[in-house]
Design a protein around this ligand. Structure first.
Ligand SMILES: Nc1ncnc2c1ncn2[C@@H]1O[C@H](COP(=O)(O)OP(=O)(O)O)[C@@H](O)[C@H]1O
Ligand SMILES: [Mg+2]
Length: 138
């Protein structure tokens, strides 16, 4: 199953992510694909705030690799170069138990469950708004 959604601006991204968040029940894995600045963290932050409170502070996990929010685990695997490091950062445990949101998920491909929700974010091109994004959900 594949779905495409156009998000013309940041507000559209927030609105979409808020509705998407309400469909998530642990354990579930959401893999957020897309280049730097495409909005992976915006989507993760909106999901976390929708489910854990609008005032939740959601720092980027770029340096810590993972941030936990009482049953939601937010990973950024950019700095992980070898899949053998994933156990150390708690990814297998999170996958079994949590709502697990993963930025830069490619290195974890081998251990992601079959029913992982993959979200591909790209800029939506010349025929779209300047800040538009296109997301493809698989
Ligand atoms: N339609 C949009 N959807 C998501 N982000 C957008 C959009 N338009 C502009 N932006 C901006 O793009 C940036 C996305 O940053 P971020 O979420 O940190 O990206 P990533 O985590 O993919 O590197 C933010 O500064 C955000 O304000
Ligand atoms: Mg990010």
């Amino acid at each position: 199953m594949m779905q495409e959604v156009i998000l013309p601006d940041l507000e559209a991204t927030h609105n979409w992510a808020r509705e998407f968040a309400k469909t998530l029940h642990a354990p579930v894995v959401v893999a957020l694909h897309g280049d730097l600045g495409m909005g992976k963290s915006e989507i993760a932050r909106t999901i976390i705030r929708t489910l854990r409170g609008e005032n939740t502070v959601v720092p980027s996990p770029t340096f810590t690799i993972v941030q936990n929010y009482d049953g939601i685990s937010h990973f950024d695997l950019y700095r992980i170069t070898d899949a053998s490091e994933l156990t150390e950062v708690g990814l297998p445990y999170a996958i079994q138990n949590d709502i697990t949101l993963i930025e830069w998920p490619d290195v974890a491909d081998g251990i992601l469950p079959k029913d992982t929700i993959h979200i591909y974010i790209s800029s939506c091109g010349a025929d779209c708004c300047p800040n538009g994004r296109k997301i493809t959900i698989k």
